[in-house]
Write a protein that binds this ligand. Structure first.
Ligand code: DMJ
Length: 520
């Protein structure tokens, strides 16, 4: 690992006047300037000050634009570095292992490459995009005897192919999307129509995990944007029908608490299991995100989705929201059989962005207030750590007399290069134009560069965000670092609100933009 290679400062040189005995010491220059200033009349001085003030104001946008351009270039540079590692050591495989200069397979489908396609397009990395496209055309086949996770392959592969089709207009990606979409359909052949977690895309068989017949609630309710879009594009209704059936059932189910859902659902009887535990983190998170986003995707007409979303946000406020001590950070904890736990996953940091998106789309203004408070908390989860990177899970102190707001257990100190905080920063900046959100994102990017960049190429997850001397690299670059984290950072630093306009697109939970459906 090495520190960031770029130093982002602007250096300005004043040309000195030549003279016989050249004295250019700082002190001499300062005295000489001061003498000249004193010789000016009061009017002259005032005029100069006014001029300087006007120049300052006039040049401010240009200077800040120059800075943003530097930040965007830094994201492109980070992407190229990540891509170099992937290309050199993991080309066509699922994930780069940057330290061992090798790769790991999950589904054996070139996951990182597919997840990164639309990021390259958005970042303007045409050369990299073309070589990836050549691989998709020549090598990507789904006719393989492999088990894939329905949710992960939907959000990363189907979502990535659909968004790349929309951005490029190239039907290669639509054809591939249709192929994987139809191969995932056997997952819905269950007694309850709640899909199994795993599908063999070569054999056309599906099954739950070996130890249970349950599926994860977030997984079965966060595949809808992609399958609905596939139906719209192909005019084949079976994809939309399958995922709508899941939403219809979940809408009616008992076992919710003020709109909050348990984490598991049984594929035989369609009922929630492991009831009484409520979280906005792992296994439930994107259920809430997709309620809002499906409503937006479909033109804000599907009232049940909106009702469920609004009720759930009230459920969060009434049951999971607390403030930490001593500094009063607002956080979202968890509830287990009536017992509150001040535990918050980094995954929950999608929520400020989702709340802000809802408020932008006409939902209550206090959703935006809450978004801003939670955004601050998520940022604190980074800067209060010694590396300036968030751990996977934090616990907040709530008792009087605490000296720090955030505690991290030994087992929770890892950082997987996750996107949720920079994702929310992107939304908050788009809707408020408050520059602080960009500055926070810039600091986070610098910390990724400092502690997770591997010199031979790629970035790595780390084990310990609290040890800047040895963050203990894990030797894995998750595909979402390219699919999501770097994409959201680039969009955060972009001044063009039409670069993926939020009036035209809705991002799936893997940061792949899908079109909002035209009203006709
Ligand atoms: C991604 O695959 C998606 O963002 C998902 O919704 C949550 N987990 C990872 C990123 O953290």
């Amino acid at each position: 690992m090495h520190p960031p290679s770029r130093q982002d400062y602007i250096s300005i040189n004043f040309a000195g006047q030549g003279s016989g005995s050249y004295n250019n010491s700082k002190q001499w220059r300062r005295q000489s300037c001061w003498r000249k200033w004193k010789q000016l009349s009061r009017l002259q001085r005032s005029l100069i000050l006014v001029l300087l003030f006007i120049c300052g104001i006039a040049s401010y946008p240009a200077v800040t634009e120059q800075l943003r351009a530097i930040w965007r270039e830094a994201v492109q540079e980070a992407f190229r570095h990540a891509w170099k590692g992937y290309k050199d050591f993991a080309w066509g495989h699922d994930e780069l292992r940057p330290l061992s200069k090798s790769y790991s397979e999950w589904f054996g489908l070139g996951l990182t490459l597919i997840d990164a396609l639309d990021t390259m397009w958005i970042l303007g990395l045409k050369e990299e995009f073309e070589e990836a496209k050549t691989w998709v055309a020549a090598e990507l086949t789904f006719n393989k005897n492999v088990d894939v996770n329905l949710f992960e392959s939907t959000i990363r592969i189907l979502g990535g192919l659909l968004s790349t089709y929309h951005l490029t207009g190239d039907t290669l990606f639509l054809d591939k999307a249709k192929d994987i979409g139809s191969r995932l359909m056997p997952a819905f052949n269950t007694p309850s129509k709640i899909p199994y977690s795993d599908v063999n895309i070569g054999k056309g068989t599906a099954h739950p995990p070996r130890w249970t017949s349950d599926s994860t609630v977030a997984e079965v309710t966060s595949i809808q944007l992609e399958f609905r879009e596939l139906s719209r594009l192909t005019q084949e209704p079976q994809y939309q029908a399958a995922v709508a059936e899941v939403m219809k059932q979940v809408h009616k189910l008992d076992g919710k608490l003020d709109g909050l859902v348990p984490m598991f659902i049984n594929t035989n009887n369609g009922q929630f299991t492991h009831q009484g535990i409520y979280t906005l983190g792992a296994r439930a998170d994107s259920y809430y995100e997709y309620l809002l986003k499906q409503w937006i995707q479909g033109g804000k007409k599907e009232n049940e989705l909106l009702e469920d979303y609004l009720q759930a946000i009230e459920g969060v406020k009434n049951n999971l929201l607390q403030k930490s001590s001593p500094n009063g950070l607002t956080f979202v904890g968890e509830l287990s059989h009536g017992q509150f736990s001040p535990k918050m996953d980094h995954l929950v940091c999608f929520l400020p962005g989702t709340l802000a998106l809802g408020a932008y789309n006409g939902l209550p203004a206090d959703h935006m207030d809450l978004a801003k408070q939670l955004m601050e908390t998520c940022y604190q989860m980074y800067i209060q750590m010694e590396t300036g990177l968030s751990p996977e899970i934090v616990h907040f102190n709530m008792h009087q007399g605490s000296t720090r707001d955030i505690e991290v257990k030994l087992a929770d100190r890892h950082n997987l290069l996750r996107p949720e905080t920079v994702e929310s920063l992107f939304y908050l900046y788009r809707f408020t134009k408050d520059q602080k959100y960009r500055e926070w994102g810039w600091r986070i990017l610098q910390n990724f560069n400092k502690y997770t960049k591997v010199s031979s190429g790629g970035y790595t997850s780390i084990n310990n965000v609290r040890d800047p001397d040895y963050p203990s690299p894990r030797d894995k670059m998750e595909s979402f670092f390219l699919g999501e984290t770097l994409k959201y950072l680039y969009l955060l630093f972009s001044d063009d609100p039409n670069l993926i306009s939020l009036d035209q697109y809705v991002f799936n939970t893997e940061a792949h933009p899908l079109p909002i459906w035209p009203s006709n």
